[in-house]
Ligand binder design. Sequence first.
Ligand code: SF4
Length: 348
Amino acid sequence: MPRTKVTDSTPTKASRSALSSEVIHSFQVRLPVWYEKNKRDLPWRHTRDPYAIALSEFMLQQTQVVTATPYYQRWLKLFPTWRKLAEAPIESVLKAWEGLGYYQRARNLHKLAQAVAASPSGELPSTAEALLELPGIGPYTSRAIASFAFGESVGVLDGNVIRVLTRVFALTGNVADRAVQQQLWSLVEQLTPSRGADTYNQAIMEIGALVCLPRKPACLICPFNAVCLGKSDPERYPVKERTVTKVVVEKIAVIENKKRWWCVQSAASRRLAEFWRFPDLDERTMISGQELIRFKYTITNHRIELTALHAIWKKMPPSASGRWLTNEEIESLPFPAAHRKIARQLAE
Ligand code: SF4
């Protein structure tokens, strides 16, 4: 499972209830034993380089391991250090991220690289508290980097950990509620060992990714089986508020001139700023023609129904408002995935 960012809340003083020695044993002994036998061989588990670890944490938010891995390897060749990333133009950074989605992560990582490169040491600080002060780093990421790169004894709380904890302790409250967040952080504090927090954090996230799955968890082979209070109805947990999906209808204009296509760059104020794209169909300035492609896709809680239509100008717009791009130029520039799909159809 990707490391879904579920909350921005930070650990606060939370009430503690005594945990049985069997529960502690399951988390601090059985879990690491299970992990050593079953962990996946992932490239970021072979390094202590804070830059590479920070990169993996940014990529794994909202993205599956199998998708993120080739991007991670390619990225380290393109931008092997904080300085190289800081010096790269944002267009190259977005191009290297293209296809991973949630592009704010790439922008945040770029800003972080600039902050690190401009700092006196040129390196990341080594504690979660200091990391939290940097741009783009939230409570989860600060703790993950501090633990994996610097061995700090701090626990983490991401979507996988929340699923495991709410099930083992049968927490029936809405996970977005402050009281439930405090319960969860209290559990994290009590369960994270003072030595080996890095292995423990990897292990609890790994069990959420491989065993305690959102649907049909494999309870029979789980090291928490003996102590799990939620295993009789695991899919009841975690309890979340239902999100409403909004339908958005998008009409895109594909305008051709001698095997080149009219494209615009998204304004800084728009979602996907700096990305190139085909323009929205504007009936005041364009005449729409044959439908080229129609498909649906989802971004967070938006269901987008996109139709791309051939179009011609009623009146040419000012040349500064866009550019005629060849297929090769389109391939070399950052394009959102939906518009890339249109471009590839045109290239065929
Ligand atoms: S026993 Fe089942 S529900 Fe409980 S933590 Fe393990 S996999 Fe999840």
